[in-house]
Design a protein around this ligand. Structure first.
Ligand code: MG
Length: 441
């Protein structure tokens, strides 16, 4: 029988300064696919068929040497029975939000670091949680596994850099808690290249100086660490020694300088109608995001990438900052006509919006065509609302129909869930969890 230990009184003294928690989901995209479809459990599963490169691999696939970033044909050679799925970022995003919501039951101080990673600060939560850190980590893992059907690895230590090392220490479905007195044990077993923020180039520089482990690094003199790595490396050095330098960023990003949307299509095409439709599709997605975050752009850029990966790019300033499709579309046409070359085959288009300002900083111009702007605004609002409700591109410019000029390729297959919606579901708002029951005969 499990014995539940309850601490009374000064519980925070129990955690002391060891309160930074890092959670990292194990093979997240592939794990979500396995959680949704029991027939995939225990099988080697990867996602990323639409790009031709593995985006995530299940642990069964990893055991066969299949890793993120390798080409699909290489993965098939390593593991002929590999299940290869298209990415379904919509669903992964929903799972991600639910993972963060679970963490917020333990502490309100949560930083959503990436789609499958978060930091959480347990400072001041001792009295509320009333159990040792080992039990907190186990409860996080247990809750995520029970409610989402995926596993996570948890690390708890003094700083973000140390907590991230801890969560990597035992994977998958593991937990590692390292308090101040045991830091040297962790650091001694960590190769320097595994430290968050130390790249391959820095690691090579370190090995020239005989520094191979995180402990060698943490034991350097302060001045030497600063000289060798400058400020960012010096901050990492301090974090490894247990000083909290990197703050928890609990606020969602509120200010943007630029936004980009790009898409690679296959096979490459020399049809200007298709390539333009691809660029316009990216523009629509970038502008919808711009409006969602209440920003305006002062510059539009377009880049066309050729089959041989060479590319051309150009940008154009706008007369006044704006966020409306109707004002950007003619500029995109001009950029496209300046860049597109016949007899060239293209594989990708990229749009960027530059010189962003928050909407409330817009200066009203005496000659501003306000009624026209207001009409554009109402139109965009209505389109955004319908697309949010009924799924992306439910309402879109007719030019986007030219995207269908692309020959159909196996890679274009949509995630199976999109063709199998329950009543009341839209692609954009898949109601999760929704299990497909595998019937074993
Ligand atoms: Mg992960």
């Amino acid at each position: 029988m499990a014995i539940r230990i309850r601490y009374h009184g000064c519980v925070d003294a129990l955690y002391q300064d060891c309160t930074m928690l890092h959670v990292d989901a194990d093979g997240f995209f592939a794990a979500v696919e396995q959680a949704l479809d029991p027939a995939l459990r225990g099988r080697p599963v990867v996602t990323g068929s639409e790009r031709g490169i593995i985006a995530a691999a299940s642990y069964e696939a990893k055991a066969r040497g299949v890793k993120r970033g390798i080409q699909l044909h290489e993965a098939r050679r390593l593991c002929p029975e590999l299940v290869i799925l298209p990415s379904d970022y919509e669903t992964y995003g929903h799972y991600s939000n639910r993972l963060f919501a679970i963490l917020r039951r333990f502490t309100p101080l949560v930083e959503e670091y990436s789609i499958d990673e978060a930091f959480a600060d347990l400072s001041g939560c001792g009295a509320l949680l009333a159990c040792p850190l080992e039990e907190v980590a186990a409860a996080v893992r247990r809750t995520v596994a029970r409610e989402l059907g995926v596993t996570v690895s948890v690390g708890i230590s003094l700083t973000k850099t140390l907590a991230k090392l801890c969560s990597k220490f035992r994977k998958p479905d593991g937990q590692t808690i390292v308090r101040r007195e045991h830091l040297p044990l962790l650091l001694r077993r960590t190769p320097i290249a595994k430290v968050w923020g130390i790249g391959a180039a820095s690691a090579a520089k370190f090995s020239d100086h005989g520094i191979l482990t995180a402990l060698d690094f943490a034991r350097m003199e302060a001045a030497e660490a600063h000289r060798l790595l400058h400020k960012p490396g010096y901050e990492t050095w301090r974090e490894l020694r247990g000083a909290r330098v990197f703050p928890l960023q609990t606020e969602a990003k509120a200010r943007y300088d630029s936004m980009m949307k790009g898409h690679t299509f296959s096979p490459p095409s020399d049809d200007p109608r298709l390539v333009y439709a691809e660029a316009l599709h990216n523009l629509g997605a970038a502008l919808a995001k711009l409006r969602r975050h209440a920003h305006l752009a002062r510059e539009l850029g377009l880049s066309l990438r050729c089959q041989d990966y060479s590319g051309l790019a150009a940008s154009v300033p706008l007369a006044a900052p704006t966020c409306h499709d109707c004002e950007f579309a003619p500029l995109l046409r001009r950029l496209f006509e300046a860049l597109f070359e016949r007899r060239q085959r293209y594989r990708a288009t990229l749009i960027w919006l530059g010189g962003l300002i928050p909407e409330q900083h817009r200066q009203l111009d005496l000659f501003d065509e306000t009624p026209r702007r207001a009409a554009y605004g109402r139109l965009d609002q209505a389109v955004d609302r319908m697309n949010r409700r009924y799924g992306r591109d439910s309402v879109a410019p007719a030019t986007l129909l030219n995207r269908r000029l692309k020959p159909v390729h196996a890679r274009d297959a949509a995630p199976a869930r999109y063709g199998n919606l329950a009543r009341g579901e839209t692609i954009r708002h898949l109601a999760i969890p929704r299990l497909t029951l595998g019937i074993q005969v």
